[in-house]
Design a protein around this ligand. Sequence first.
Ligand code: PMP
Length: 338
Amino acid sequence: MSLASFAYPQLPDLIGNTPLMLLRQASKLTGCTILGKAEFLNPGGSVKDRTALGIIRDAEARGLLKPGATIVEGTAGNTGIGLTLIANALGYRSVVVMPQSQSREKIELLDLYGADLRLVQPTTYDDPNHYIHTAERLTEKLNESEPNGAFWARQFDNTANARIHETTTGEEIWQQTEGKIDAFICAVGTGGTLAGVSSALKKHNPNVTIGIADPQGSSLYNYYTSGELKGEGRSLAEGIGISLITENLRQAQVDKAYQISDAEALPFIFDLLRYEGLCLGGSSAVNIAGAVRLAKELGPGHTIVTMLCDYGDRYKSRLYNPIFLKNMGLPSPDWKVN
Ligand code: PMP
């Protein structure tokens, strides 16, 4: 048999089609069936592999990506990780612009995977040195110097992001629940997941309730409850919480909003590890806390789906570091079995 056969999967084929898992503790607590989409099983370890692949395939279809082109992106880390692995597999180069404030583990992974990593000072979106604006300027510069051109992935406003979640994540959830789903809830980084999944589910059944779980410090809870785009404080969870309405988020159909503090979210993440053997990142904790709030509002017997966005090992020095938690003024639970 020829080894050149293309019947075998390659890296892009491993993205998506993740299982929908029963979250035992959250379900028991609420009398609902709370399910988590196991996005940490994607090859780059996060939900953002889907976004990276969706944006690349869309750009290829539009003729915006020449072979060997450089793909530039501003990212909290996970999109950069997915983009770098996929770029390697498809013959592109990747340049990742990331705020220095992100976890050491994500920086180390990007280095390991061979990304051209540009760390910038964390700052607000209105500052021209914000990582998103830096990525845009860098793309313009590289477009002149790189022989195969440069392409800015633009995950916040490039709606190929929401579209891949509509056609894959949302459809998978509908199929996996056999349409027996009452609600979906997740936090927002770019809004791609929330917009895409809400579009797919509402198309099948307009009565599915869509919720947003917004971490403290993000502006979206206030936006959806009072129209005011403002937030106070901060959250331990990386990759979620924003103070702008992106082109992707604009497409989200939101029925309910919940503000989730770290103190409310964290116990879920340690219980998942302690009792269910799942080691996940902070955004999954915010999502599960949001699912529990929504379940309590709907009452027992409902089926609610949320996202398990990434692995916890990339937050070992933070979320799973008792000293770091103490410095943040948070309790540090004992998750050791003995
Ligand atoms: N969780 C994590 C860990 C992330 O990195 C991101 C994306 N930045 C999200 C959740 C949110 O996903 P989205 O961009 O689709 O809103």
